[in-house]
Design a protein around this ligand. Structure first.
Ligand SMILES: [Zn+2]
Ligand SMILES: [Zn+2]
Length: 177
């Protein structure tokens, strides 16, 4: 979905979008990010401010990710508000200033007067995901020996072999020396 900014004036214009789960294309780089758990809705307005365009929006939906500890999928509620300033002037000012602006995630430079809504929404999803994925504060994770998901029950590894996790750590330290 592309919005032609030439049709946008100082008067905020409203856009409502619904993205079906099939819209998401997973990127192989991070297989912990699975995809939307049902439709995602985006409500936003765009208005012109000087030579820039300002997007104010809110994304709502559930998103499936994989827990860092037990690797089970679970759904996160996403409801980020976002504001983006679209700078359509070519950045021809001093290098330092340019880098400073580049670090500001709310400023985008766009070459032409077209806003790619799919790219923008994908980016907002990534920005709103947490750094760590935990299905629950008390997630027990996987047994380091047999790989069993300890949230679903205990295994007998510890009782049979003592404390394998600790002896493994000891071996690692010896090897490093
Ligand atoms: Zn977990
Ligand atoms: Zn085990």
């Amino acid at each position: 979905m592309i919005i032609d900014l030439r049709h946008i004036s100082h008067e905020p214009r409203r856009f409502d979008f619904t993205f079906q789960p099939t819209w998401w294309q997973s990127e192989a780089v991070d297989d912990q990010i699975i995809g939307p758990d049902g439709p995602l809705t985006v409500r936003m307005t765009i208005h012109k401010e000087g030579t820039n365009y300002v997007v104010d929006g809110q994304l709502t939906g559930r998103f499936n990710v994989r827990c860092d500890r037990c690797l089970d999928p679970y759904a996160l509620d996403l409801k980020p508000d976002f504001r983006l300033v679209l700078d359509v002037t070519s950045p021809d000012y001093g290098q330092g200033e340019y880098e400073l602006l580049q670090e500001d995630l709310s400023v985008r430079f766009i070459d032409d007067l077209h806003l790619d809504v799919d790219d923008m929404v994908r980016e907002q999803i990534y920005l709103s995901l947490p750094i760590k994925y935990l299905c629950g504060e008390d997630c027990a994770g996987l047994c380091p020996v047999c790989g069993r998901n300890l949230n679903q029950g205990t295994c007998s590894c510890e009782r049979e072999t003592g404390h394998p996790a600790f002896s493994k750590l000891k071996d690692l330290r010896l090897n490093e020396d």
